[in-house]
Design a protein around this ligand. Structure first.
Ligand code: KG4
Ligand code: ZN
Length: 335
């Protein structure tokens, strides 16, 4: 099965061709980071325009690199939500146009499902036709922070989520306070390596947190802001490292608690923050102590890309769950 996928939900324009849901034949990503950096965050209108300009260039390239022709494509998959509505519309409209003119079935994919399925790209460890259900997935991106109990393809239960900011937003806002630029996550990850993670005693989030599996990241964001205002002499590296340790400890603590509660022996990390080196290291070590295995996608598949959308589309295509041409983009939509 050959799927062509398009992803334009935020600030990455991507087109990919994936065989049998797992083998990436091409995955082109045009990042808009430089366009948005001058504003310190994603400007939706700028993102939409850039998607429209770039998509026509990378679509034929994705086919060319994959060495496939339009006739070889079995389905066209596209992110329909959640995301920036104007940005989603560009990808969705392009996919509909292709579907209509080339007579290729359309598949509408949920962006978060895409992040989870990124775990199965280019790996021999898992077969997409025989995934080890049930498993847990910690979804940590710019828009989401949630723990999902995955029972089957398309059957997911959200057992924990943030009530305010996502962890990615917290990284981005703290980076802005520290003057580290945008996007903040990778910047904090990098400078934290030369800082002292115990220099600043931010309160342990899981100690003060509710007993459930939900998160709140607004408190730590404010704590960092107050600290920087009160102690301008602090080294940026130390603040970044201390914040990162506090946020990651919290994610690790609650995710392992969830795995123990649900008796799950396998956790998949998903989303942009799954690229964080401390998260990967800490959760793998802490989970191993409890006999739990953690898996995460290679860096290039953690942040937004179209290959993951093709992977998530695989079972929808198999079950002929195609979308009508009237399918709409959704800024926020549940799984
Ligand atoms: O999944 P993603 O690419 O886009 C959304 O769907 O939101 O996630 C983007 C988020 C941003 O907040 C970015 O700062 C964060 O992922 N991020 C990281 C790292 N790389 C990206 N956060 C922490 N450490 C990283 N290495
Ligand atoms: Zn994403």
């Amino acid at each position: 099965m050959i799927v062509l996928a398009i992803e334009t939900s935020c600030d990455e324009t991507s087109a990919a061709v994936v065989r049998d849901g797992q083998h990436v034949l091409s995955n082109l990503i045009s990042s808009q980071v430089l366009l948005h950096a001058q504003y310190g965050g994603v400007v939706p209108e700028v993102a939409s325009r850039a998607h429209a300009e770039v998509l026509n260039v990378i679509l034929p390239k994705a086919l060319e690199e994959a060495k496939v022709a339009w006739e070889d494509i079995d389905a066209i998959a596209v992110t329909y939500g959640p995301g920036l509505i104007g940005a989603l519309l560009i990808g969705l409209t392009a996919a509909k146009a292709i579907s209509y003119t080339k007579n290729i079935p359309l598949v509408a994919v949920h962006h978060i499902a895409g992040h989870v399925y990124a775990n199965f790209l280019d790996t021999d460890k898992f077969k997409i036709n025989a995934l080890p259900f049930p498993f847990l997935s910690l979804v940590v991106s710019g828009g989401h922070t949630q723990i999902m109990h995955c029972h089957d393809h398309g059957t997911y239960e959200i057992i924990g989520r943030t009530g305010d900011d996502s962890v990615g937003e917290a990284f981005d806002k703290v980076a802005r306070v520290l003057g580290l630029g945008y996007p903040g996550g990778p910047a904090i990850d990098k400078v934290a390596k030369t800082g002292d993670a115990y220099a600043i005693p931010f309160p342990k989030l899981y100690v003060n947190s509710s007993d459930d599996l939900n998160f709140s990241f607004s408190g730590i964001k404010t704590a960092v802001l107050h600290r920087v205002q009160k102690h301008p002499e602090d080294k940026k590296e130390d603040v970044a490292a201390s914040f990162q340790r506090t946020a990651i400890d919290y994610l690790v603590h609650k995710t392992i608690k969830a795995a123990l509660q649900k008796n799950c022996k396998l956790i998949f990390l998903a989303g942009g923050v799954a690229a964080n080196s401390l998260l990967r290291q800490e959760i793998t070590a802490k989970a191993a102590e409890k006999g739990i295995t953690v898996h995460y996608p290679p860096m290039k598949y953690c942040t937004d890309n179209a290959a993951m959308i093709a992977a998530a589309a695989y079972h929808q295509v198999k079950n002929k769950r195609f979308a009508p041409l009237t399918v709409e983009a959704r800024a926020s939509v549940g799984l």
